[in-house]
Design a protein around this ligand. Structure first.
Ligand SMILES: Nc1ncnc2c1ncn2[C@@H]1O[C@H](COP(=O)(O)OP(=O)(O)OP(=O)(O)O)[C@@H](O)[C@H]1O
Ligand SMILES: [Mg+2]
Ligand SMILES: [Mg+2]
Length: 294
């Protein structure tokens, strides 16, 4: 098969690993920088151009679309779908996953445990949303934050109110969320491919840090999931329509609580923590699902 990894940087760990894993299984692997593609639309003849070349003979794509290029990257993925190319991430699911609020709404409908979350339209009344999640301490998150940036723990009612006032005054979109103290600065990342859990790790924030993101200095270890955690992760990925997903959850007194579902989950942390060939599993997923005759 000819498989394209949509990635802006061929040197990234995840991109390199996917290329390596695909080549090992005898596939022709190429990297396409989606931000440099152009899209041609006319009756029944969808085309993607990259570096002046019409891309015609790709059997599958693996989108690795960064948060800053979601709009254009999704358009390129959608165009490949129009060309009947199999994508490990459907464009519609990619869009869904990039909106924290929309994601939480979908997960809530699926009946999944979530930290209680409130969203208002830059409301001047800041005490009501804070009280609705149980008052301080509470978490205030920028909707478009990533890698733990834009996630604030407000420890007192006064701090929560002034942070929320500041964000609302700047017209920055934020959610106010119940703080899950018993998670102890840790979360669980579950890596899902198809309808199976491929690996899971527990990430612990560094001393004195409530955010467990590896980018914020957290550390990761392999973990055995409980049945409830495994079920919740699979259900979350399914509700979002993602075939490849990184589900983040907190362990709480009332069971697993889903934080978010990532559509381009990184491979480095999870491969290191679990010692598994996750890139190889993504290639196998393509082999099972892409339409291709030898
Ligand atoms: N409600 C909460 N209660 C306790 N801890 C939380 C809560 N929300 C987030 N955290 C901690 O903060 C970390 C970062 O939060 P979150 O995953 O929501 O934002 P993000 O990592 O910036 O988003 P993204 O993963 O999209 O980049 C989580 O991994 C978790 O450790
Ligand atoms: Mg996160
Ligand atoms: Mg994320």
């Amino acid at each position: 098969m000819r498989i394209a990894v949509l990635s802006r940087n061929p040197k990234l760990y995840s991109t390199k690993r996917l290329i390596e894993a695909g080549e090992k299984k005898g596939h022709e692997m190429i990297v396409i920088d989606h931000s440099k593609c152009s899209i041609e639309i006319e009756k029944k003849k969808p085309k993607v151009y990259y570096k002046g070349e019409n891309i015609t003979d790709v059997h599958a794509i693996i989108p690795r679309i960064g948060a800053s290029v979601t709009f254009y990257g999704t358009a390129v993925v959608r165009q490949f779908e129009m060309m009947n190319v199999f994508s490990t991430t459907e464009s519609i699911a990619l869009v869904r996953s990039r909106d924290k609020l929309r994601s939480l709404q979908i997960l809530s409908r699926a009946g999944l445990g979530l930290p209680k979350t409130v969203f208002t339209n830059y409301s001047k009344d800041v005490s009501t949303p804070i009280n609705a999640v149980g008052g301080a301490p509470c978490v205030i998150k920028l909707l478009e934050g990533t890698q733990g940036l834009g996630v604030v723990l407000a420890e007192t009612q006064k701090a929560a109110e002034s942070v929320l006032e500041a964000f609302n005054g700047l017209q920055a979109r934020v959610i106010v969320q119940e703080f899950i103290k018993e998670a102890g600065g840790a979360d669980i990342r579950v890596f899902i491919i198809g309808d199976r859990v491929i690996g899971a790790m527990k990430r612990q924030g560094k001393e004195g840090e409530f955010r467990s993101n590896l980018h914020r200095g957290g550390s990761a270890n392999i973990i055995e999931l409980s049945d409830a955690e495994e079920r919740a992760a699979l259900k979350a990925a399914k509700a979002m329509g993602l075939g490849v997903a990184g589900v983040d959850m907190l362990q709480s007194e009332r069971g697993p609580l889903i934080l978010e579902v990532n559509s381009s989950p990184g491979l480095e942390g999870i491969e290191a923590a679990t010692g598994k060939n996750i890139a190889g599993e993504i290639i196998k997923y393509i082999e099972r699902n892409a339409d291709y005759d030898d």
